[in-house]
Design a protein around this ligand. Structure first.
Ligand code: HEM
Length: 518
């Protein structure tokens, strides 16, 4: 009898141990990066590169929002990955002065020279204040809206009509990049490169931007001496970057020369669009107010307009692409947006059931009423932030709210893509596309703090083009959703490309049909 009891106890105890082992194992299950001697964690990360964003998301979800990555010895790649909103708030706002862009950032993004993205301290303040004042001017806002509307009517609509009529397959990512490239180029320089047309011409400058972004991404993963050596020899991405650099220099210098020429020939020769763009505004900037800006130096103008072109083209193009892909998968959301457009837009904004896109009668305030559309765009930006990561470096040692000690000049990486997917930040349904997440019970738009919704950055360096971008995206969305249906080509693979901007690796291939009731 005693023997039976002992056996029972033994079996129960063994069961308990097995159960306990698996329970603990399950709890602790997370992607694991071995820290190898000399090579650090790089060997574990490299095979994950094709799905690097999702891999880091898994690591951070398992690592309680923070993860200390160890790079190869002397490679200078050690960094703290964080998506902890308290850390983000601390770095971007409360202790902002201790986290400038710094020399490391400037080295990686050297192609942008001394433009606003690379600038710090007093130069950054002058660039920021002057840009803010130019972009908030009512004339600039009218110009920006008119540019978007005109490109929509004269570029995007004819192209989509053509694709629908000829039953072609089109890459929507390419289409939106062309759309935002043209509009941003006009805002930055006053000239329209005509990239968006039925012929889809190859534009050297646009290709150069793509190459530069990819090469800069890989610089983040290589020890400095490696990419510097590649640059010296002129191989791989570094060679492409060098060529891209030359294209930027040449095209910007042509625009600057042409603008200076227009000015020297007198006001009669300046077209109306050419008088409101940022290049013209920076040439005429008040240097008594912004003492560190030097508009007589072509280099200053080149760095300034190039930064704006990068800021506006790729971000908004990427945002539109992911947004329409999410809509293709969520027809219920499409139906709700259509219903919202029909009930909310004023009759004055409609001609035979569609919104009028004449820039004199179109009122951007009207699209602000579209709360569900706003939620759908925010939701897309949360899941697919066009700028998927950002890095920071403290000038002085610091202790983050998470308890992590960071040395001066150490690297901290905000993973924006992962932040939008953290269950502890956004709830158990974090991976779902739910525009209603952004709507309050009373039907108004819900605001989320920027250290949680970081897609437009946070603190004093918040994106200057947020309003321009939101209005542009809503205008495009209303027109397209009312008039067209997209169908993603069967079997087409969607995955993010490794780059500093969240592009789709294989584009977004769709067929287009025109809605008969539009
Ligand atoms: C969906 C569209 C956009 C997104 C998601 C976005 C996102 C961002 C982010 C994350 C930053 C911080 C980058 C960094 O500090 O490294 C930023 C900065 C900036 N953005 Fe945007 N952006 C968008 C559109 C635009 C547009 C259309 C413009 C201008 C026409 C613009 C102008 C700027 C500028 C000038 C800065 C630098 C601000 C500073 O450093 O003080 N952005 N943006």
């Amino acid at each position: 009898m005693a023997l039976v009891s002992l056996l029972e106890i033994f079996i129960a105890f063994t069961c308990f141990l097995i159960f306990h082992f698996f329970l603990i194992k399950k709890k602790q299950h997370r992607p694991f990066l071995t820290n190898w001697p000399i090579l650090g964690m790089l060997p574990g990360l490299l095979p994950e590169l094709p799905r690097v964003y999702d891999f880091i998301t898994d690591v951070l979800e398992g690592g309680n929002l923070n993860f200390l990555f160890k790079g190869p010895t002397l490679g200078g790649l050690d960094m703290l990955f964080t998506v902890d909103p308290a850390n983000i708030h601390h770095i971007m706002s409360s202790n902002f002065a201790n986290y400038p862009k710094g020399t490391e950032f400037k080295k990686l993004f050297d192609v942008l020279g001394d433009g606003i993205f690379n600038a710090d301290s007093e130069l950054w303040k002058d660039l920021r204040k002057s840009s803010q004042s130019m972009m908030s001017h009512p004339e600039f806002q009218k110009f920006s809206l008119a540019t978007s509307l005109s490109k929509l009517e004269k570029g995007l609509v004819p192209l989509l009509d053509h694709v629908a009529k000829e039953k072609l397959v089109v890459d929507l990512q390419d289409v939106f990049q062309r759309f935002t490239f043209d509009t941003t180029f006009v805002l930055a320089t006053g000239y329209d490169p005509g990239c968006l047309s039925v012929e889809m011409p190859e534009i050297e400058f646009a290709r150069a931007l793509d190459d530069a972004e990819e090469a800069i991404f890989y610089r983040h993963l290589k020890p400095e001496m490696v990419w510097k050596m590649q640059r010296l020899i002129g191989v791989g991405g570094e060679l492409k970057l060098k060529r891209a650099h030359a294209v930027f220099d040449r095209v910007c210098s042509e625009c600057i020369a042409s603008k200076r020429d227009e000015i020297s020939r007198g006001s009669d020769n300046i077209s109306s669009s050419s008088s409101k763009d940022l290049l013209m505004s920076f040439i005429n900037v008040d240097t008594t107010k912004y003492k560190l800006l030097n508009p007589s130096d072509d280099r200053f103008l080149r760095d300034t307009i190039l930064s704006f072109m990068l800021a506006g083209r790729d971000t908004t193009g990427s945002a539109l692409t992911w947004f329409f892909w999410l809509l293709c998968k969520n027809q219920e959301a499409v139906a709700r947006i259509r219903q919202e457009i029909n009930t909310n837009l004023l009759p004055g904004n409609k001609t035979d059931g569609s919104v009028s896109y004449d820039s004199d009668s179109f009122n951007p305030q009207e699209v602000k009423k579209l709360v569900y559309l706003h939620g759908a765009i925010c939701e897309s930006l949360r899941l697919y932030p066009p700028v998927p990561f950002q890095h920071k470096s403290p000038t002085e040692p610091d202790v983050l709210p998470s308890g992590h000690k960071v040395d001066a000049n150490s690297k901290i990486l905000f993973c924006l893509y992962s932040l939008g997917r953290m269950k502890s930040v956004w709830g158990e349904d974090a991976l779902e596309f739910k525009p209603e997440r952004w709507i309050s019970e009373s039907g108004r738009s819900l605001h989320e703090p920027s250290y949680k919704f970081l897609s437009f950055n946070a603190g004093p360096r918040t994106c200057l083009g947020k309003e321009v971008a939101m209005t542009q995206m809503k205008t495009v969305a209303v027109k397209i959703i009312q008039n067209y249906e997209f169908q993603v080509v069967e079997g087409h693979k969607i995955e993010p490309a490794p780059s500093v901007i969240l592009h789709m690796k294989h584009g977004l291939k769709v067929t287009v049909s025109k809605r008969c009731c539009a």
